[in-house]
Design a protein around this ligand. Structure first.
Ligand code: OGA
Ligand code: MN
Length: 279
């Protein structure tokens, strides 16, 4: 076997050991895809892929998500999205600042949520900038049965407005006007996946639980996020330049520890289109 996986923690994460010349092959990509389903986060240390190579690997994993220019401030070159707070490159930082809070990608968009995201570190921040993952797959599995039953039929309402709610006080009227009225998507709290597993749809974009008093719904959502973020179900990745990290967006929330806009941090991001809806 030319690719080997080393578990990082009991419930989440694998380090991928593969010869550099075997990485961009269909066999390696298939093995990584299967491992991603099981382990949620894959780390390929110091792979130092070029954009072209990252796109090749992305295409081997699935259907590349085409980033249209609908994300303000997105500097996108040939489907490689530059994640940075550098003002010269990203004049509209709200979406990147929003990544400081636990979220899942694409939950307010009307297409199936992206299957996976690939992030490579081009320039790291001296302080902060670790990316943290909280498994909603392992978190769900670990819930007591009574709590599983309580949330089984709940439906979450996800909005763009809620996803930036932590930033609103700092936003100009013009920035706010671009977000309102905001898109609304419904997702079951418990995602009954095609592969037979169950995960949860949670994050900063989850505004409320349909049909439930606001405080009750928000308390449940907050408690579930905290549950999944406990050390047993989460992994914090401290980046080295050239690392490539891939996460299963159907089985985890993620966030980044705050870094400053002059940190130079630059991540190159590609993604794979969703392959299943949440209901
Ligand atoms: C993302 C994201 C976190 C990071 O690209 O979707 O949330 O560490 N990034 O930059
Ligand atoms: Mn994200």
């Amino acid at each position: 076997m030319s690719v080997e996986f080393e578990p990082v923690k009991k419930h989440i994460g694998s380090i991928v050991h593969v010869d550099r010349d075997k990485l961009l092959t269909k066999e390696t990509a298939q093995a990584c895809f299967d491992q991603l389903e099981a382990r949620t986060v894959l780390v390929i240390p110091e792979a130092h892929l070029t954009d072209k190579e990252q796109l090749t690997f992305t295409d081997l994993l699935g259907d590349r998500l085409n980033f249209t220019n609908n994300v303000p401030g997105a500097a996108t070159v040939n489907d490689v999205h530059q994640v940075t707070l550098d003002k010269k490159l990203n004049p509209a930082p709200e979406y990147v600042l929003g990544t400081f809070f636990y979220h899942m990608d694409g939950m307010t968009v009307a297409t199936p949520p992206p299957k996976a995201t690939l992030l490579s570190a081009r320039t790291i921040s001296k302080t902060g900038g670790q990316t943290e993952f909280a498994s909603t797959l392992a978190g769900y599995a670990g819930l007591p049965d009574a709590e599983k039953a309580e949330i089984d039929d709940l439906v979450g309402v996800h909005t763009v407005l809620r996803s930036v709610s932590m930033l609103l006080d700092d936003m100009t009227e013009e920035q706010r006007s671009k977000i309102l009225p905001g898109v609304v998507q419904r997702h079951p709290v418990v995602w009954k996946r095609k592969n037979g597993t169950r995960s949860m749809v949670l994050g900063s974009h989850a505004d409320r639980i349909e049909g439930m008093p606001l405080a009750h719904g928000r308390a449940i959502l907050t408690r579930l996020i905290e549950w999944c973020a406990q050390p047993a179900y989460s992994y914090s990745h401290t980046w080295k330049e050239g690392d490539l990290v891939i996460w299963d967006n159907c089985g985890a929330m993620h966030r980044v520890r705050p870094y400053s806009e002059d940190s130079g941090r630059m991540m190159h991001r590609t993604a794979i289109a969703g392959i299943e809806t949440t209901s």
